[in-house]
Structure formats: structure tokens, C-alpha cells
Design a protein around this ligand. Sequence first.
Ligand code: SF4
Length: 517
Amino acid sequence: MLVPLLIHPPVSKPCEPPAGIAKLGGALKHHGMEFRVWDANLEGLLNFLTYPPPSLDTWTSRAFRHLPDHLHLLRSWEGYENQDHYGRAIHDLNRLLERTARLRLVHLSLTNYEHETLSPVRSRDLLWAAEHFEENPFYPHFRKRLTELLEKDPPSLIGLSLNYLSQALCTFAMIGFLKREWPHLPLVLGGGLVTSWMKKPHWQNPFKGLVDDCVAGPGEEALLSLMGVREVEGLPYTPNYDSFPLKDYLAPGFILPYSASSGCYWNRCSFCPERAEGNPYLSIPIDEVLRHLLRLVERHQPVLIHFLDNAIHPSLLKAICKDPPGAPWYGFVRITRHLTDPDFCLALKRSGCVMLKLGLESGDQTVLDDLRKGIDLKEASSALRNLKKAGIATYVYLLFGTPSEDLTRARKTLDFVVNQHDCIDFLNLAIFNMPTHGPEACQMEANPFYEGDLSLYTCFRHPGGWSRSSVRRFLDREFKKHPAVAPILRRDPPVFTSNHAPLFNMKVSGLPRSIHD
Ligand code: SF4
């Protein structure tokens, strides 16, 4: 029987299972096919933590001694009751990873993998990583586990899901090892990052000969076709989480990732990578979403549902209010008029909503209009107040250094945040990157941002001279230091940020942590 092995390579946040592989598994299961999954990220990081670090200074030895306690803490509700204890556990785990990987010139953390000389956006560096796979700090573990997995029950193909830059060098190291040991085993590479690469104009696959197929976009159809399924009904398949080690993730229970759509229903913001890539908006019919969630919640009793949509559609929000999924949930929404209705916000809260992520970007109306965000600042203030009153935490995303921003306008964003500071629970501050292949990039004077043929962003000369260094100075010296802003920033869970933030709010809001409590 044809049985594929689906792998999620290191490194990404190990707090929930990978949704992409779960979707592929759901499609295979629907067609009666067997499959195996391996979360090499979770397993690799946990294994790595058990190596005694090479140099045991006071901090590192204390961190190593407390490793079992820290893991236990992050897997229980206790970990999310005290920010200091939580922060210490996270920093200690990072210390252990950092110390051990440093020997291989890698800066490793629970969320990142950076090599001192190799770049994940240079294809020649990825090819080097494949050729010199023994150099990868995860090699001893993946050699052992892949050998066990492949010798015991040889798969018909291997699918690797590459979504983040922090996974790229490890993914290619695994590919290099697989290619040397099992040269005839088909290797298929997919995932969000691969999709973005393949959507670059003039894309030419630099990995031919190493990888048999690269797949852009949702991979269900491509995988089914490789598995010999000719008639694909195009159904939205229920993701399958049965084979993941759900108790091992760094969370107090199973966080269920779920996407009701891909692309974005708004699809108008300038400089949006989704728009630049021309990704279509594809959504699962609402009835089907509710059925999926019901089934998954019943089966796994998650402590939290994580909606992965770029923006949850308002009609889905309304449907969830009427027919709650049965577990607390959070996700990204656009700031729309719906949120200016206090009753709607209360209904969201009753449906289990514990946190909303809001892409506000700027507190200056001209900047918002230039970005085509479709956000009205008066409505944004009202939405934030209503959500606060309803007891829903807000995670507000701000973007500085956009082409129409300058210092005066950035200060207006600061004023907006200061005025709303009591309604903002968490803040994410980002500096603008210009997508290389968006329509706007051609209108600006651009230079490659990262030195790499696979780079997705480009550096540009800001028309008003509001350079990245000026933005950084403003953020460090003025924005972050403001007495109304600094406490919000301190509240952000280190490393896991928005992935763990709702867990803290579940305590604050007094909501049942799971419907089963
Ligand atoms: S709402 Fe977000 S995903 Fe949608 S177009 Fe705007 S930036 Fe892109």
C-alpha cells in the first residue's frame, strides 16, 4: 500500500501541531488512504533540550537542572498564571538551545534558527545545507529517527512542509540526508514559504534534482494526485490531528489550529504579500466550517481554537456567535463596523472569543487610507472600547515606516495608542518591508533587502526620508518608552507572543479554559 510520510521540519513555535500537514492528512483519510506524520520540529527541539550544554555557566546549569519543571510548567495552566515564572521558563529553554547550537554556528531558539553565514533566502546556501547535512545541529536526531521511520515501514513518498524561513536550512539538511540514503524515494516540497517562492515572477526551481516536486498553494490535490487519486471532489477536508503527539506541545492542552479560508476576503491593502502573490480568496462554506469544528472539538477537546485565517470573514463571525464552536477561540479579524456594535462584541465573547488580533497598522487616517486598509480610526477606537467592555483581549498590530508615513504621522500612531492604552492588551510593532513583486515595488527605488535570490522583500528609498534607522530610533527612544505603551509591551509573552497571549487572557477573563472544565 502507498503510504506517504509527511514531515514538519524545525524550527517553528512548538505550541500547536502543524495545520498544513493536518489538512493533507485529512484529505488522505477522506480517500481511505493511510499516512504517517512526523513533527520533527517539536521532537527535534525537545530532544535538543536534553543534550547537556557544552559549557555550564551558572545560568545554563540552573536552566538544565530546571528543564523538567519548565516543560511541566509550560504544559500546565500554572505556567500562564504568573508572567515572571513563564518568562523564566522560556528564557531558560532558549538559553539551553542557544548554548548547544552555538557550536554549529547556529543561533537557535524555540522560534528561530539563524546560521552565522548561511542565509535561508539564498538558494546556494540551501543547496550547501543539503550537501553538508551533517553540519546541521538536528542531524544526529533526524538521522536516527528517519532511519527508524524509513526502515521499519518504507513510505511511498515524503512530503516536507516548509512554511517559515526559520525552517529552510533544516528542511534542506533533511532533504540532503534523505537523498543520499534513499536516492529513489520521491521528495515533495510544499508549504507557505515554497508557495511564496514559486509565486515570484520568473521563478525557476533551483532545487531540481534534489526535490522531485515543488507544490504551490494548498497541497491536497497535488498530494492526492501523486498518490494516484484521479477524481478529487474538491471537498474541504476535515484536518486530521489524530497522529500528532498532542500532549507534548508547549501549551496547557491541545491548541487546535484551523483555517476557514486562504487568501483574504478584503484583498485590497497595498503592500500586502497575499495580494502581491495574487493568492485567491478561497473559503470553506460556513456550515462546513461549523461541522468541522464540532467534530474536532468533540474528538480532541481543545483548550483553545486558533483560527489561522488572514482575516476571519464577518459572516463566519456571525455564524460562530449563533453556533459557538464549543471551545474558547481567537484569531485575526479586520476592524470593521461590526465591532462598533457592543452587542456583537458581547455575542463574540459568549461564543468563546478570548482574543482578537487586529491589524490596525497606523493611528493616522491618511496613512490608513493610503494603505487602503478600509479602517476608520473613529470606528477603531469604538471597536477597541467595545471589545474591552466585552472582556475580549486585543492584540494590535502596528506597522511603521510605510511609504506615506513620516515622523509626524508616526507620532499620531503613538497618540492613538496612548489614548486607547487601557483597551489594548498586547502590541506588535513591525517595520515595513516592501514585497519584492508587489505592484507598488516598481514605483519605488528598490534594492535587494536581503542578499538572496529567494528574498521576498526589497529595500526601498523612502520618499520622505523616513528610513528604517529613523523608524527604529523613534520606536526605541520614543514609542516604546512612553509610560502608557511600555507596560503593554512588557505584557507580551516572550518568544510565543500572540500564540500564548490568549492563554493569559483566559485567566484574566475568567472564561472557562475549556468547555470541559
Ligand atoms: S487585511 Fe491583511 S491579508 Fe487582507 S489584504 Fe489587508 S493586509 Fe492583506
